[in-house]
Design a protein around this ligand. Structure first.
Ligand SMILES: Nc1ncnc2c1ncn2[C@@H]1O[C@H](COP(=O)(O)OP(=O)(O)OP(=O)(O)O)[C@@H](O)[C@H]1O
Ligand SMILES: [Mg+2]
Length: 578
């Protein structure tokens, strides 16, 4: 546990210094109690020998002052350290999360991440300080007292050792039960967090289904499961806790019996017996308190393990001295395979996009189109095969530099709850007014901005909810223009758009593609986008099934031709219905 704690913290020296301070304090406590023996021996005589007691009284006095000073030092240091470690650990974990492959971010992982960042990174250092210190005292004081007792009477020392060993065995068992109970409770709490995220994200769907107030049944199930787990944990820990308390109490009785017997048989003197009884009480008291600490210690250990689990998730390997700039905007995929867990999403995908070309990706839902885009933008590393940009494997680039050359326009564009201008400036914080205006014009955003009440300064609402899906996508296209990236990857909005948005997006994409140096890959759902592409790559179940010029493929009898005819049919249906 200590090793785990030590390894986890970015600044483990702080923890070590604090531990050492408490350890010295605990040993000092034991030694201070030990001075009772010579003091009582000197004073509990028919004529008290103050001269013999004096040096020990001085040692005791100095020890007491040292103990007080150490306690005064350790307490604020502990709390400062706890806060400092929490802040550092939180930063460390968040930094690691930003480098994780995107495949990692499932709802479950997001819930675990939220709990780890809010609770675990705070609880672990806090418990390490508030529980760690008494735990060190509760183990080191009894150990020191056993060693001191050894100098007075080996039988009592042996009995103390025996009690300690049995108590620690019982404690380990109680700790294991507590650890399992804590882990089960944490899982139940994570499930609630996951359901809460789901509940927030799916609010519109739930309300439409009339479930807005009561929440999903999965949420209610999670809450009930948490309640049951909590009760089960309490029940399970009851017997191990009682066993431990029984061991400590039996030890106390055994000590009284042995002490009295040694006294009556004159093996032990009266002062030594009194001193040993005092020592025995101070021996059992911290030992007994361990049972109250063990649950919290195991909870801390679990928190540390969970945080470590996140930190152990391999991030995308960074390329030291990676290439900073691309030679040209050509993209090549060679025999790319990629699975999300067991789910094979890309199977031997190969195609080439010459610099300046526009490639349309088509295929049924789940065929792997978005995954292709994610692989090119290096949201994860492919399992086998390779992705080349500008003739070089993407893993050989410096990650941040590579990202400077790529703009991704997602299907569900996320906008920050600030103005349209600020959302655009994310792509280029120092963009001039002219650059902003130009990007807006090319992305067909101008008309929308003039229509909105506060123009550029209009707030877009949380996640951009006050704009329609098509409008959000246009803002995102404007970002790509502003970034002026030579490679643009677009996941075209698949939902039915109003004619105005549909036209605007088509024009904006055409504007992106018209730059002879820019390579565009677009997951196309609209015939206009498809027809304008230089080449089409059709995917089915993660495999490339057709590749070629859209005009030729359209006249053929393959997958693309069928898809195109369906599009045409849907369009005529819409026209008739309209
Ligand atoms: N984050 C993820 N975790 C696990 N599986 C995923 C994830 N994203 C996609 N998949 C799976 O990978 C396969 C390909 O998905 P992908 O999103 O690339 O399809 P798509 O062609 O973009 O579909 P759509 O047209 O619906 O957007 C699907 O079987 C999908 O269920
Ligand atoms: Mg998709």
């Amino acid at each position: 546990m200590i090793k785990k704690l030590y390894n986890l913290w970015p600044e483990s020296g702080l923890l070590l210094r604090l531990g050492a301070l408490h350890a010295i304090n605990a040993i000092l406590q034991g030694i201070l109690l030990g001075t009772l023996i010579p003091i009582l021996r000197a004073l509990l005589q028919p004529i008290p020998d103050f001269v013999a007691a004096e040096p020990w009284l001085i040692v005791g006095g100095i020890g007491l002052i040292a103990y007080a000073i150490l306690t005064i030092i350790a307490t604020p240091v502990g709390f400062t350290a706890s806060m400092e470690l929490t802040a550092k650990l939180r930063h460390h974990v968040m930094k690691h999360i930003t480098a994780l492959p995107l495949g990692w971010f499932t709802t479950e992982q997001k819930a675990r991440m939220a709990r780890s960042i809010t609770a675990d990174v705070g609880n672990a250092p806090n418990l390490a300080v508030t529980i760690g210190a008494p735990a060190i005292t509760a183990t080191l004081v009894p150990t020191t007292l056993i060693l001191i007792t050894l100098f007075v009477d080996w039988r009592i020392a042996l009995l103390l050792l025996f009690i300690m060993v049995i108590a620690l065995v019982a404690l380990t068992h109680a700790g294991n039960v507590a650890a399992i109970a804590d882990e089960e409770l944490e899982e139940a709490a994570t499930e609630i967090a996951g359901r809460a995220i789901e509940l927030g994200q799916a609010q519109t769907v739930l309300r439409a289904a009339g479930l807005g107030v009561t929440g999903t049944s999965r949420m209610q199930q999670a809450l009930e499961e948490h309640r049951i787990t909590y009760r089960r944990g309490l029940q399970k820990s009851m017997w191990p806790d009682l066993t431990f308390t029984g061991v400590v109490m039996s030890g106390f009785i055994a000590l009284i019996v042995l002490g009295t017997q040694l006294l009556t048989s004159s093996t032990l003197s009266v002062p030594d017996t009194i001193a040993l009884f005092v020592i025995a009480v101070r021996f059992l008291e911290p030992l007994g308190s361990l049972i109250e600490l063990i649950g919290a210690l195991r909870a801390m250990n679990n928190a540390v393990t969970r945080v470590q689990g996140i930190l152990d998730t391999p991030s995308l390997p960074k390329c030291e001295n990676g290439i900073q700039t691309i030679e040209h905007a050509g993209i090549t995929l060679e025999n790319v395979r990629y699975s999300y867990g067991d789910n094979l999403a890309l199977d031997d995908v190969s195609f080439h996009c010459p610099p300046g070309s526009t490639t349309a990706l088509v295929g049924a839902s789940g065929s792997g189109k978005t995954t292709v885009i994610r692989a090119i933008a290096r949201f994860f590393d492919v399992d086998s095969g390779s992705v080349h940009i500008g003739g070089k494997e993407i893993t050989s680039y410096d990650y941040d530099s590579l990202m400077q050359h790529i703009a991704v326009i997602f299907q569900d564009v996320y906008l920050f709850d600030t103005s349209i201008e600020d959302n655009l400036r994310l792509a280029k914080p120092d963009a001039t007014e002219e650059e902003l205006a130009e990007a807006a014009e090319l992305a067909c955003l101008e008309e929308m901005i003039t229509r909105l009440p506060n123009g550029w300064k209009t707030k877009v609402g949380e996640a951009g909810t006050s704009l329609s899906g098509g409008e959000r996508q246009r803002v995102s296209i404007a970002r790509a223009f502003l970034k002026n990236a030579p490679i643009v990857l677009i996941d075209e909005a698949s939902s039915a758009l109003d004619p105005e948005n549909e036209q605007a997006i088509s024009r904006a994409i055409a504007n992106l593609a018209s730059d002879g140096k820019r390579t565009v890959i677009v997951i196309a759902h609209r015939p206009t986008t498809l027809a304008a592409a230089t080449q089409v790559v059709a995917l089915r179940e993660g495999k490339v099934v057709e590749l070629g010029n859209p005009a030729q493929l359209r006249n053929g009898n393959g997958f693309f031709s069928k898809l195109f005819k369906e599009h045409e049919k849907a369009r005529s249906w819409r026209i008739i219905a309209g």
